[in-house]
Design a protein around this ligand. Sequence first.
Ligand code: CA
Length: 229
Amino acid sequence: MNTEPSRRTVLVVEDEPKLAQLLCDYLEASGFGHHWLDNGLDVAPWVRLKSPDLILLDLMLPGKDGLEVCQELRADSIVPIIMVTARVEEVDRLLGLDLGADDYICKPFSPREVMARIRAIFRRLDRMQNPGLHETGIVVDAERHAIRFNGHLLELTATEFRLLSLLSSRPGRVHSRDRLLDCLHDEGQAASDRTVDSHIKNIRRKLARVAPDRDIVLSVYGAGYKVEA
Ligand code: CA
């Protein structure tokens, strides 16, 4: 069975259709899921229903402005919010209001810059959720059943996901093949040391696609495997 990790989804709240389309195109190209809302009234209900991973929130909106929407969201949500304003001077005022937005961007903006800010927020979140990140570059998102390596989403089978999660939970520590065999329990067949080795080989191949010059999963002769500390 292949796990199909869902992409991170960004909600674009913007009443100018062309701008919204441009942002959605860039989000798509950057590998993010996206959804567009063109007014402030629909935001909080949609967020409650769909739990996006980040919101790009325009300040001037029909229905309810970005200020109100941000306050409404912050009452019960910690979803990262990037506030988009039309004027530089406004940023100071917004900062003073202490709305709890994570970042501010001024129009006109370069979509590349917006993507960079989004990635920066996700990197920060990854680091908070996984303090071992700078050691290995591996980030396990247990909730989504996904693993990122140096920011790249790995396409792993369920077994590979379990093996790599275990190995990377304690970088530097050697895990015996017996211990790793426990990860294969639901394979429905007699798993052997050899099976472990073949899964590890596949994991290494997928890691090498991201970082060809680094050995992340090391075999320790006669003992088992470890993830480089
Ligand atoms: Ca607007």
